[in-house]
Design a protein around this ligand. Structure first.
Ligand code: 13P
Length: 251
């Protein structure tokens, strides 16, 4: 099964509208024919709408980094799936470890967010991954299995093609430590077999699974060469367009 590769940049809480526009212009001007990879960017909420036109011209899809699980209501400070679609987003991240850890999101809430995103018309990158303690105590597969089964609970098989999984081991995010290609490949194959066990082998083999956690130009090639790694979700190294382009060339 050939799966189209993806390179996604999660800008977290960085960049003004102007910085974002300049980034896209630089990227577009230097992409040089690397068109066989889908490019997704996750800027701040406030940047999505203003950069929409530039993103379309540059063949970049935009997503949000989070959404609220309710359709609408008295939830001061929150943003709904419908609002994101209205602003031009076609994707959203759900369950990023920074949301799980810093904002106490649990698997139940994450599942509600995934379902709300789908009913709002957004495609989803569901992030999973273990902490260092969980890996060192050999619980990493159990944790990721729980995050997957609970995060994707009550989602119909036919909707799974709207979802991408990102495996982001917490200990590799922003730390400069990357999973070895062997460890990352092992977890990606495990994720695919778990998806197969609760859906269908055909769905699991067509699902794209991204690696995230200190992806850099010098480690991207080895990671992306692994058979079950379909691309990357890049944080820090996505902030400069030259570095992101260097990672793109690793495909
Ligand atoms: P870094 O690439 O900075 O480690 O961040 C990864 C990440 O959290 C992407 O969502």
């Amino acid at each position: 099964m050939s799966r189209k590769k993806i390179l996604a940049g999660n800008w977290k809480m960085h960049k003004s509208i102007n910085d974002a526009r300049n980034w896209i212009r630089h990227f577009q001007g230097n992409r040089k024919g690397v068109l066989h990879v889908d490019i997704l960017l996750f800027p701040s909420y406030t940047t999505i709408y203003p950069i929409g036109k530039e993103a379309i011209k540059a063949n970049i899809s935009l997503g949000a980094q989070n959404l609220h699980q309710e359709e609408e209501g008295a939830y001061t400070g929150e943003v709904s799936g419908k609002m994101l679609v209205d602003a031009g987003a076609t994707w959203t991240l759900v369950g990023h470890s920074e949301r799980r850890i810093l904002f106490a999101e649990n698997d139940k809430q994450i599942n509600l967010k995934v379902r709300r995103a789908l009913t709002s018309g957004l495609q989803v990158i569901l992030c999973v991954g273990e902490t260092l303690e969980e890996r060192e105590s050999q619980h990493h597969q159990e944790v990721v299995r729980r995050q997957l089964t609970e995060g994707l609970s009550e989602i119909h098989h036919d909707d799974l093609h709207q979802i991408i999984i990102a495996y982001e081991p917490v200990w590799a995010i922003g730390t400069g430590k990357t999973a070895t290609p062997q460890d990352a490949q092992e977890m990606h194959a495990f994720i695919r077999s778990e998806i197969s066990s609760f859906s269908k082998p055909k769905i699991a083999s067509s699902m794209r699974i991204l690696y995230g956690g200190s992806v850099k130009p010098d480690n991207a090639k080895e990671l992306f060469a692994c058979p079950d790694i379909d691309g990357g979700l890049v944080g820090g190294a996505s902030l400069k367009p030259e570095t992101f382009l260097a990672i793109l060339r690793a495909f």
